[in-house]
Write a protein that binds this ligand. Structure first.
Ligand code: NAP
Length: 304
């Protein structure tokens, strides 16, 4: 299949690399840039073109996707000295798929609009697994007609693609998602630590509870990792804390009390205090394990 729309991709981390591969495999001509160039190698091997800066990517593309880290990183690659704004033509679309501040998103979109460049905020949920499998949930803010134009491209990366409102609405929706995700993570962590203290077989416990009302994406995907002692990240503690901070900042501006989310932010500080920023967000369980004096791991040599 060959698509004619020329796409640019900036940010080839845990999420960006597999998402860019899916765009390429859907037949879009793809130009890429990443701060650490080595991470572009799998893309270049499949036919993507390298550009030397975000501005160069924009010069070669009609739609430019960014998925980097935090708000200042997005500002850097879009508005910075080598940023997209210096290469994009009027009529181009910038799709930011990072999770950042909704208010900053609105400011970036307004700045791009001054040059006739459209923007969509399109943060994602579904983790590294969803990125690889092309099954991400994508929450999109921006003009409806720009959303329609980009829908075929979103379909190369995601399954549930929802236009939720104007610029900023995508990011607000993602923060709703994060409130629920960290709540599920804490519930899973407390459940597993409780089970370990009760001396239960944790594999059996997961099997028993994950298909019922206690089931969640987190329990299905990260529960087995926890009991195996596998804390490799799909989503790092560092980025999880960034998102919880974004939630709490937005909540403060709107005077919304979020007592559960605030508590989880503090518990993650305990994980950070031991230098575990780069572990997966399911390492939240360790904070509970330290408090309870037990590890929620399956017994070695146990038959399943
Ligand atoms: P990651 O593996 O740390 O990758 C971050 C990417 O952004 C890397 O390519 C990094 O470049 C680049 N980057 C960071 N700061 C930059 C800057 N100032 N200038 C240029 N490039 C910069 O993170 P990730 O897990 O892919 O997450 C990326 C975004 O997606 C974040 O906003 C995150 O919140 C969101 N997200 C992640 C997940 C997940 O499960 N991982 C799920 C949903 C949403 P280098 O390669 O040079 O470091």
């Amino acid at each position: 299949m060959t698509n004619v729309t020329r796409v640019g991709f900036i940010g080839l981390g845990i999420m960006g690399q597999p998402m860019a591969l899916n765009v390429l495999r859907a037949g879009y001509p793809l130009t890429v840039w990443n701060r650490t160039p080595e991470k572009a190698k799998p893309l270049l091997a499949e036919g993507a073109t390298w550009a030397d800066s975000p501005a160069e990517v924009a010069r070669a593309s009609e739609i430019i996707i960014t998925i980097v880290g935090d708000t200042p990183d997005v500002e850097e690659v879009i508005l910075g000295p080598q940023g997209i704004i210096h290469g994009a033509r009027p009529g181009a679309v910038v799709i930011d798929m990072s999770t950042i501040s909704p208010h900053a998103t609105m400011r970036i979109a307004a700045r791009l609009a001054e040059q006739g460049i459209d923007m969509l905020d399109a943060p994602v949920s579904g983790g590294d697994i969803g990125a690889r499998e092309g099954t991400l949930s994508i929450m999109v803010g921006g003009k409806p007609e720009v959303f329609e134009r980009c829908l075929p491209l979103f379909r190369a990366m995601g399954k549930r693609i929802t236009h939720v409102g104007p610029n900023g609405a995508g990011q607000f929706t993602k923060l709703v998602n994060q409130i629920i995700v960290v709540g599920n993570t804490l519930a899973m962590a407390e459940g597993l630590v409780f089970a370990a203290k009760a001396g239960l077989d944790l594999e059996r416990v997961l099997e028993a509870v994950s298909a019922g009302a206690a089931g969640s994406w987190m329990l299905t995907h990260r529960g087995p990792q926890i009991i195996e002692g596998d804390f490799r990240p799909g989503f790092t503690v560092r980025l999880q804390q960034k998102d919880v901070r974004l939630v709490l900042e937005a909540a403060r501006e709107m005077s919304v009390p979020l007592p559960g989310t605030s508590l989880i932010h503090q518990l993650y500080h305990a994980v950070e205090a031991r230098g575990l920023h780069e572990e997966g967000n399911h390492a939240l369980v360790k904070a509970l394990e330290w408090l309870a004096g037990v590890e929620a791991r399956k017994r070695s040599g146990e038959q399943s």
